[in-house]
Design a protein around this ligand. Structure first.
Ligand SMILES: Cc1cc2nc3c(=O)[nH]c(=O)nc-3n(C[C@H](O)[C@H](O)[C@H](O)COP(=O)(O)OP(=O)(O)OC[C@H]3O[C@@H](n4cnc5c(N)ncnc54)[C@H](O)[C@@H]3O)c2cc1C
Length: 330
């Protein structure tokens, strides 16, 4: 094993104190990278009462798991997370650091890159490793071009888009060694005070973590059309997404928007209903494994990226599709 090629994966916890699916995907990516470089794969969990998450993660294919357990790390706060994260980097001296592309990492990663005096590559969907080095791949220009990035500085700090890899599964093994780290952080050092935390109410699976998404566009016709889509989503246990016009028209909340200025998703199945397939929409969903399009226009751009397509009026196709699924799904 080459300690100089150590890969450190930051395992972010959700509000239920479990490791986020995108972080488990980072373990899969990290394992591939560590194997290619014959390096170690380390995990890092920061939070409050992290025992349950650590017990799960240590069985997911890591060589070693580091934990930082402190009440002040219970929710993301830049002034506690950044010093704690740097403490773990100091301990592990990684060559590569992988994080999920999340709201917290969008804040933490640039702060850490600045403190470590290194670069940052965000929103990656893969990597290539050969003798000359490692390149990380990310979609650019609304996903019309895949660009390969490398760095002159060390460590490589990289965020990984959700849906890039299969999440690492718990294995029946003795589990990785767990090393508890300590960090000195106190309330007195905090300059920012969090006055209130408002949790977003969520009905059904979340857009960013669901393996199936049913998404509607202007062709859905209105809020009543989305009620029909929601029934399809319920039957499939899917999240509901949308292109921009239904958001602008107030048919669905802004958090449903998929695309260049909305969420970037990569589910196993993306069902696009009444969506034309503008480049700004494709930028957020073209990484989906299987794309199903329902559109009345056979020339719609969405059919160029779709694996399966139905040319037809969604008002007829969607209810009929839902009824068939109700009959065949348990
Ligand atoms: C800077 C910028 C950022 C943007 N960011 C985003 C973004 O993040 N996400 C995004 O989605 N867009 C974004 N857009 C907007 C984008 O350019 C498109 O305008 C938008 O994606 C089109 O949405 P749509 O496909 O729902 O609507 P339309 O392009 O109007 O397409 C509607 C489709 O529905 C079909 N249809 C109509 N009736 C039916 C029916 N009864 N049955 C079946 N099919 C039917 C039509 O054939 C058509 O293909 C952005 C634009 C700009 C300029």
């Amino acid at each position: 094993m080459n300690r100089d090629s150590a890969v450190l994966v930051f395992l972010e916890l959700g509000s239920d104190n479990a490791v986020l699916p995108v972080s488990l995907e980072c373990i899969t990516a990290g394992r591939k990278l560590a194997d290619a470089l014959q390096g170690w794969l380390f995990g890092l969990i920061m939070g409050s009462s992290v025992g349950g998450a650590a017990d799960h993660a240590r069985h997911c294919g890591l060589d070693r798991l580091y934990t930082l357990d402190c009440p002040l790390l219970g929710v993301y706060h830049p002034e506690t997370y950044c010093p704690a994260f740097l403490r773990a980097c100091d301990e592990t001296n990684p060559h590569f650091i992988l994080m999920g592309d999340t709201l917290a990492s969008a804040d933490l990663a640039p702060r850490a890159a600045f403190a470590l005096d290194t670069g940052l590559i965000t929103d990656c969907v893969g990597f290539e490793a050969d003798r000359s080095g490692v390149c990380f791949i990310k979609p650019v220009y609304s996903s019309n071009v895949m660009a390969a990035y490398t760095m002159k500085t060390k460590p490589y700090l990289v965020t990984i888009r959700s849906g890039t890899e299969d999440p690492a599964q718990r294995q029946h093994d003795k589990g990785a060694e767990v090393v508890a780290l300590a960090v000195e952080i106190g309330e007195s050092t905090l300059m920012v005070e969090v006055l209130e935390r408002v949790l977003d109410e969520q009905e059904g699976p979340r857009l960013t973590s669901s393996s199936i998404i049913v998404s509607g566009g202007r062709g859905v016709g209105g809020p009543e059309g989305f009620a029909v889509l929601r029934e399809l989503a319920r039957v499939l246990n899917a999240a509901v997404g949308a292109s921009r016009p239904p958001v602008d028209l107030g048919w669905v909340p802004p958090k449903a928007q998929v695309g260049q200025t909305g969420e970037k998703v990569g589910p196993s199945v993306y069902v696009a209903i009444g969506i034309s397939g503008a480049t700004q929409h494709l930028a957020g969903m073209s990484a989906s494994r299987t794309i199903v399009a329902i559109n009345k226009d056979p020339a719609a751009n969405i059919f160029k990226v779709a694996d399966y397509g139905v040319v037809g009026n969604q008002e007829q196709v969607v209810p009929a599709f839902t009824e068939v699924l109700k009959e065949i799904l348990p």
